[in-house]
Design a protein. Structure first.
Length: 307
């Protein structure tokens, strides 16, 4: 067994020998999550009755590109439609949007300084973009940059990767100035990127990939926002092959939001299985309605006992 720590979340990764020895059903007071990567059918049959969920490791969010902003906003639910239009009206005056079909290295450096301050302001922020920065500098033609300015001050920025094989523009890294009042800026950027995608001739817009556990370093609210903005979540292997499933059991929410949320398969055959949502909470019957989405066959409560 390997005990890993991601920020403060403690994950016990079990191999086949651990499972055969009964470790998956033993007590693990030092772990918050138990995980078995690429499990066998026998492990699935044995452990799912004991609270393990078969999950994709990552979720990949997409929606169709609509020809105009109004055409897209009209597809949203009434409350989301109203708040989105309000965010656009609030943001457009006093701001200037700069779009680069191939990122400029100096502007990229300005954006990364903003990104560092944005990540530092988050409770469990991680500088994921640092790993890709040199690639972006070396291959600026693969990245579309969107930057929002108030006068000469960059207040928000979104980097998008071109995925021509799928006719897709993929939102990759977003940053906003933690010292600047948002007042709808983030919503504006999430909406305006669809306009940019249409203008550049893309058919699909992606809101990127998220680890399939909302409530720790990825906020539960991010799932809710993407869903309400009309994006659909699918297992990442639909687009990138190296994403084996995991059997996972959450033992404790002490370091997580309550409720937290994840998506799981309804059967071991992940190529055919439907997806179901699981609302993880110390409360025996948490509300599931906010998490419902068209890609899910159902949303069910998942009770995590107090230790």
């Amino acid at each position: 067994m390997e005990l890993t720590t991601h920020h403060d979340l403690r994950v016990a990764v079990l191999d086949d020998a651990d499972v055969a020895a009964g470790a998956a059903l033993a007590e693990h007071p030092d772990a918050d999550v138990l995980r078995i990567v690429d499990p066998t059918r026998e492990q699935y049959d044995e452990l799912t009755p004991h609270g393990f969920l078969l999950k994709p490791r990552w979720l990949f969010w997409t929606r169709p590109v609509h020809p105009t902003l109004d055409a897209y906003v009209n597809t949203l639910q009434p409350r989301m439609r109203k708040s989105t239009r309000h965010a656009v009206r609030l943001t457009e005056p006093g701001h200037r949007l700069v779009v680069e079909e191939s990122v400029d290295p100096s502007r990229l450096d300005t954006w990364f300084a903003l990104y560092e301050r944005h990540i530092a302001s988050l409770p469990r922020g991680t500088l994921y973009a640092a790993e890709d920065l040199e690639y972006f500098r070396a291959h600026p033609e693969t990245v579309v940059g969107m930057y929002l300015y108030n006068a000469d001050r960059m207040v928000a920025g979104l980097l998008c990767m071109k995925v021509p094989g799928h006719g897709m523009l993929r939102m990759t890294y977003y940053a906003c100035d933690p010292d600047y009042p948002d007042h709808g800026i983030t919503r504006y950027m999430y909406v305006q990127v669809g306009v940019v995608a249409a203008e550049l001739g893309y058919e699909v817009l992606s809101a990127g990939a998220d680890p399939n556990f909302y409530g720790h370093d990825i906020a539960t609210g991010l799932y809710l926002l993407k869903r309400r903005l009309g994006f659909r979540a699918d297992p990442l292997w639909h687009y990138e092959p190296d994403d084996p499933p995991v059997l996972e059991k959450v033992l404790s929410l002490d370091r997580c939001e309550d409720p937290s949320f994840c998506v799981a398969y309804t059967d071991f055959d992940v190529r055919r299985a439907a997806l179901t949502g699981h609302v993880l909470s110390r409360t025996p019957a948490p509300s599931t309605e906010p998490f419902d989405a068209p890609m899910l066959a159902s949303v069910v409560p998942y009770h995590v006992s107090h230790r």
